[in-house]
Design a protein around this ligand. Structure first.
Ligand code: ZN
Length: 133
């Protein structure tokens, strides 16, 4: 793992959250992007070498909707940058981590991603992400 690429934060209202995080971080988001496969709208802020990713559900039955209903707004996942996501997935699976994706999939912000089940990762949903070539 190279670094914490971003921290994903689930929000109810992307515009309200954009405003809050613009004030909190002192910078506006550099990107807003819809991830069709996840049915979410995301907003990205740079914080030094890491990023904050706001996630807002576009689907009343989606995982982010359920997360916010159950736990409220807040930290949803921690994403680690990796050089070779397939190698990292193999290593982690062999080490007993439960992968939530069989193959890397297209994530937001030009990344290939794979999620690791929080039950096998100390209660934290982990995202591996590799910059797309
Ligand atoms: Zn993420």
């Amino acid at each position: 793992m190279q670094k914490i690429e971003h921290i994903g934060i689930a929000v109810k209202d992307i515009d309200a959250a954009d405003l809050l995080y613009t004030n909190l971080l002192g910078v506006p988001p550099y990107k807003r992007e819809i991830v069709e496969s996840e049915k979410v709208v995301t907003s990205f802020f740079r914080v030094g070498a890491s990023k904050i990713e706001l996630l807002c559900s576009l689907d009343p039955n989606g995982v982010i909707t359920k997360f916010v209903e159950k736990k409220g707004e807040g930290i949803h996942h921690i994403a680690y940058a990796v050089v070779d996501i397939e190698a990292e997935m193999k290593r982690m699976e062999a080490d007993g981590f439960k992968l939530l994706n069989e193959k890397p999939k297209q994530g937001a912000d030009n990344k290939l991603v794979c999620f690791i089940h929080p039950k096998t990762a100390g209660g934290v949903l982990v995202e591996l992400c590799q910059e797309r070539p």
